[in-house]
Ligand binder design. Structure first.
Ligand SMILES: Nc1ncnc2c1ncn2[C@@H]1O[C@H](COP(=O)(O)OP(=O)(O)OP(=O)(O)O)[C@@H](O)[C@H]1O
Ligand SMILES: [Mg+2]
Length: 166
């Protein structure tokens, strides 16, 4: 059973990104993280690690044609609930595929490294572990956005540190 912990979400996301640095640097895209530096939450750090790393790896693996330099933007806001907006400006996902992307074993990369598990893990962590919701907004040629909303009751003790530090 995974334990909850008190942690600084901004710093934790930096750590996740550091752990993927080799792959991010090799791809050469522009990665921007917008998150309040003092966002302390009580939650499940491991869930956030899986969510952020799977979404990021998907953008690296699926969003860009060889030689294209993209922009990946992760925006995190706390405002009564926690909202994570993960955005790339890559090839996008057609509507008929969007219905299937959260299903386990759905992949367009079968046989070339895709198991089709990344987004189903993200979905399960968001909806079951964090009691939140996730949706995809995308269209071919217009990139992909994943909007995650996590209600405050699951942050348990959301922003004690924010008020102190502002
Ligand atoms: N950012 C994205 N841009 C374009 N397509 C995407 C993006 N993210 C996901 N997809 C599509 O959704 C499918 C499912 O993603 P998912 O992460 O579940 O599996 P995978 O990445 O193919 O394999 P795995 O995550 O197990 O390595 C992908 O195969 C791809 O077609
Ligand atoms: Mg994946």
């Amino acid at each position: 059973v995974k334990q909850g912990a008190s942690f600084n979400l901004y710093e934790y996301i930096q750590e996740i990104i550091t752990s993927l640095k080799t792959e991010i640097d090799a791809a050469g895209h522009d990665l921007e993280i917008d998150c309040p530096a003092n966002l302390h939450i009580f939650s499940y750090p491991d869930s956030y690690a899986q969510i952020v790393s799977n979404l990021l790896l998907n953008s690296l693996h699926h969003a860009y044609d060889e030689g294209t330099i993209g922009k990946i933007h992760v925006e995190i806001k706390y405002n009564g609930n926690l909202k994570i907006r993960f955005n790339d400006d890559g090839v996008g996902i057609p509507l008929n595929e969007q219905k299937k992307i959260f299903d386990p074993f759905y992949t367009t990369r079968r046989g070339i490294g895709g198991k089709g598990l990344g987004l189903s893990v993200v979905y399960n962590q968001v909806t079951q572990k964090l009691n939140g919701s996730i949706r995809c907004i995308s269209s071919p040629g217009n990139g992909s956005s994943f909007i995650i909303e996590i209600p405050e009751n699951d942050l348990v003790r959301p922003t004690a540190a924010i008020e102190k530090e502002v």
